[in-house]
Design a protein. Structure first.
Length: 531
């Protein structure tokens, strides 16, 4: 018997069709993955189950959750169901948590809202749930706040909140997208064990097909509001029928062909860099202590070379990147770009800074939404002594947009008028417009769908041929790093533990940490790759 039964669910918002006769089911103890690109209707399906649709949404069909008719339930009835019968784990744990409440209070609040037990019993249950999700009392007291935890630890708190009342159905909406590979593997193992222990159903929403291949019992593939294919995981992967499903899986393992790098000529030299952070005193007269985020790091990035930097969250990647960009001082060591120090007299040198640009992870958050594209892509002009004006400025904008596969007329549009992949193309155009010698890509494709990600990777390969790009590519997605870099650095606890040619490191890793990273990365099974 099904725990969740969605039958011919159709949905329109403001008159715009969103879902078209969607049908799927989840049984107790079963993991069902709903996959597809952004805009396919995955998250709307989950929100419909939670009764969290917009006020102007019009739905037809049926959603039956353990005997409750969701579409006809009142808000008061849904409030009783949320948390007790169905729990939800959202993609971004920091926005799902209250920053001014301790983690213990937030988990207990879920129980107290439903008046399921006394405050004392609720706190005891909260402690049990935190222990169950891998946050033991010895290391993670309930008095901690979300900002004191890592991304993976915050996601565990969100899961503890979702399972506090042991709901029969758990919905996980992209729960591992922003996590590094080892943390991702731990969260997936946790979800799988919770399903087994509590005999709950799990509806997993994700665009990462390699994740669902080893987690889900059944897969539902959605495209533009329609279910285009569904079946048991092993059967669907071995015998994909719909062209869209085949395209998704091919995009998941997309590889690009980079031009051969030129003869080695050092461009960026990092020499014995050390970066410490002062820690707060634990008592009034305690000695000042420091945390070493970057510990004696040295490497060389040659002109025309593509270098990858991988490691878990907290390993020092971001600190090292900020130091390279001149945004973070260093205690000792030197960073040279084209032979010139990035930090001159303790402050970043603008004559060196103008030779570097960066592409950030969130293409929407890195732009001012009030400005048009022409102003956004020309922001680096402020680094130039004599920026182009008039016709020369328009020509530079048109050339940059054309180089990334957009039209010069897009210059007069606002950033909200573009898709996620187009926004990232605009971010790359902004980085290219002053022809920097070095570009830093900081998790530049992590938030993108697999098909859009493949397009951006193809774009990078094309730009490498057209512009002789030199870049530092930072990512937790090892499959991406493997295809777009010539060499790779592996960082752990502030140190480079392994480096070498990318394919050599992936084929024959020498350091145990590198081997653990590669082993943790989700892989598609061979039948899917051969389809």
């Amino acid at each position: 018997m099904s725990l969740l039964e969605i039958d011919n669910l159709s949905l329109a918002i403001g008159g715009t069709p969103i879902l078209n006769e969607v049908s799927l089911s989840v049984a107790p103890g079963e993991i069902v993955a709903v996959t597809g690109e952004s805009g396919s209707g995955k998250s709307m399906t989950a929100l419909a189950v939670m009764g969290l649709l917009p006020s102007d949404a019009r739905a037809s069909g049926a959603i039956d959750l353990d005997g409750a008719d969701i579409l006809s339930s009142t808000e008061a009835e849904m409030c009783r169901l949320r948390g007790s019968a169905v729990g939800m784990v959202f993609q971004e744990p920091m926005t799902a948590l209250n920053p001014v409440m301790t983690i213990g209070d937030q988990v207990a609040e879920t129980i107290l809202v439903h008046k399921a037990m006394s405050p004392e019993a609720a706190r005891q249950r909260a402690r049990e749930m935190l222990d169950r999700v891998g946050l033991p009392a010895g290391r993670f007291p309930m008095s901690r706040y979300p900002h004191e935890l890592s991304g993976g630890q915050r996601q565990r708190v969100v899961i503890a909140m979702a399972i506090a009342l042991r709901p029969k159905l758990l919905i996980a909406d992209e729960p591992t997208t922003a996590l590094d590979v080892t943390t991702q593997a731990q969260i997936l193992d946790l979800l799988k064990s919770l399903v087994a222990d509590f005999e709950m159903g799990l509806l997993m929403i994700t665009h990462d097909l390699a994740v669902v291949a080893h987690l889900a019992d059944r897969i539902v593939v959605m495209r533009r509001g329609d279910v285009v294919e569904t079946g048991e995981t092993a059967e669907l992967l071995a015998h994909m029928q719909h062209p869209y499903t085949k395209m998704l899986f091919q995009a998941s393992t997309h590889k690009v062909s980079l031009p051969v790098p030129p003869a080695p000529e050092p461009l960026l030299q990092v020499r014995n860099v050390v970066r410490d952070y002062r820690l707060p005193r634990t008592r009034l007269f305690a000695p000042v202590e420091h945390f070493r985020a970057v510990n004696d790091v040295s490497f060389v990035l040659n002109r025309g070379e593509r270098l990858g930097l991988v490691g878990e969250s907290g390993c020092g990647k971001s600190t090292l990147t900020r130091a390279v960009l001149g945004l973070e001082p260093v205690q000792s060591g030197a960073i040279l770009l084209d032979g010139l120090p990035v930090h001159a007299g303790g402050a970043p040198d603008i004559s060196v800074r103008r030779k570097m640009q960066v592409v950030f992870q969130d293409p929407f958050g890195s732009f001012n939404p009030r400005h048009r594209v022409d102003r956004l892509v020309t922001e680096p002009f402020h680094l130039l002594d004599e920026p182009p004006r008039g016709a020369a400025r328009k020509e530079a904008i048109a050339e940059a947009l054309t180089a990334v596969g957009l039209h010069p007329d897009d210059a007069r549009k606002y950033i909200h008028e573009f898709s996620g992949g187009q926004r990232q193309r605009i971010a790359i155009a902004r980085a290219l417009i002053i022809r920097p010698e070095l570009i830093v890509f900081d998790e530049a494709v992590s938030a993108l769908d697999v098909s859009v990600r493949a397009q951006i990777l193809d774009l990078l390969a094309e730009l490498c041929g057209a512009y002789d790009l030199t870049y530092l590519f930072i990512s937790h997605d090892l499959s991406v790093v493997r295809t777009v870099t010539d060499r790779v650095l592996v960082m752990r606890a502030g140190q480079i533990v392994e480096q070498g040619d990318t394919e050599a490191v992936f084929q024959n890793p020498q350091h145990p940490y590198t081997r653990s990273l590669i082993a943790a990365a989700p892989q598609l099974p061979e039948p899917a790759l051969a389809s």
